[in-house]
Design a protein around this ligand. Structure first.
Ligand code: GLV
Length: 340
């Protein structure tokens, strides 16, 4: 069989491009252009597969205009850039990249929590600006991590990694809220206690958001929820933009409704709410929670593994809508015209 055609929607490690080129006719984007929907559709013409990242939206319009597409492999654990129902209807498989990023992302969630509570970036800006002239008793005094109450909203693999670090590394009391409680064995291992969302907001000294985005969790943390938190609390979001109402958070930071926030994800990123950019009591990072080199490489290999497995008739590693497989695995790939 001729090689299938693959679009790499964003730049990726050269060794991944080389690996994929052994199995596919590859159209790459090593210039790392960020395409509009119309450009993405144009690039997808004649492609059987796409290697996507969280910014590449695959929705009903893209699918309707891309009849040859069979599979999109996301180099991200989150897949809210996929309209999975539309993909399933169109018979297009989606895969994501879970597990390989769990520990790296939990490390980062903890780093962001510590930087926020201990005011690390704020104090560094002060120092670099030449404002440090003397010691004083309350200079950048922040909140303690050890022994405090760590709240986690969304207790999947990454949430559990953060809980483990908090309970076992820092002697924190861990409380969490999730769609469903963990088993008693896992709770005991993590020393974590299930509470209502209301109790989580009210009791957490530090609240970390790690839940997947879907429209049903849009603005899960807004003005009303922020008002229920302790005025000394920190909020950390390593989940997705849109889970927090950024305008309400900017207001809450300005009013000191809560003490501080650490944010890796934003509504409408890479644009940020100007109130967040203005606030001193916020640590801002550009969506890098999984960004260690070994982990990003492992995520890219997992996306590639899925693509290669699919076209070799082997089981997919991390399918999101495996029901599609029973429908189309035997359908022949249409030969494209106009491609090498
Ligand atoms: C990053 O945000 C991911 O979903 O992997």
């Amino acid at each position: 069989m001729n090689k299938p055609h693959l679009l790499l929607a964003r730049a990726v490690f050269p060794e991944i491009v080389d690996r994929l080129a052994q199995h596919f006719h590859v159209v790459s984007n090593q210039a790392d252009e960020v395409w509009t929907q119309a450009q993405l559709i144009a690039k997808l013409q004649g492609q059987h597969a796409a290697f996507t990242t969280g910014g590449d939206r695959i929705d009903g319009d893209v699918l309707a205009a891309s009849p040859d597409l069979r599979i999109c492999a996301n180099m991200a654990v989150g897949y809210n850039n996929f309209d999975l129902e539309a993909m399933t209807r169109a018979g297009v498989l989606g895969t994501n990249a879970p597990d390989v990023l769990t520990e790296t992302t939990a490390d980062f969630g903890f780093a962001l929590l510590m930087a926020t509570a201990r005011r690390i970036t704020e104090s560094e800006h002060f120092l670099r600006a030449g404002q440090w002239t003397k010691w004083s008793y309350d200079l950048f005094a922040g909140a303690d991590i050890h022994g405090s109450t760590l709240g986690i909203l969304g207790m999947g693999r990454i949430g559990q990694g953060i809980a483990r670090r908090g309970a076992h590394g820092f002697g924190m009391q861990v409380i969490y809220h999730n769609r469903s409680p963990l088993t008693p064995e896992i709770e005991a291992d993590l020393k974590a206690r299930y509470v209502s969302k209301q109790d989580l907001l009210a009791q957490a000294d530090h609240l970390v958001l790690v839940l997947p985005y879907s429209p049903s969790v849009h603005h899960t943390i807004g003005a009303a929820e922020l008002a229920c938190m302790k005025p000394t609390a920190t909020l950390v979001n390593i989940a997705r933009g849109g889970i927090v109402d950024d305008a309400a958070l900017a207001q809450a930071l300005a009013n000191r409704t809560i003490a501080a926030a650490g944010l890796d994800v934003f509504e409408g990123e890479p644009q940020l709410h100007p109130g967040l950019l203005r606030a001193a009591n916020v640590v801002l990072t550009p969506h890098i929670a999984s960004a260690s080199l070994p982990t990003r490489l492992a995520m890219a290999h997992l996306a590639a593994d899925n693509l290669i497995a699919y076209f070799s008739g082997k089981p997919l590693l991390t399918p999101l809508n495996p029901e599609v497989l029973s429908r189309d695995l035997t359908a022949p790939i249409r030969e494209n015209s106009g491609h090498a």
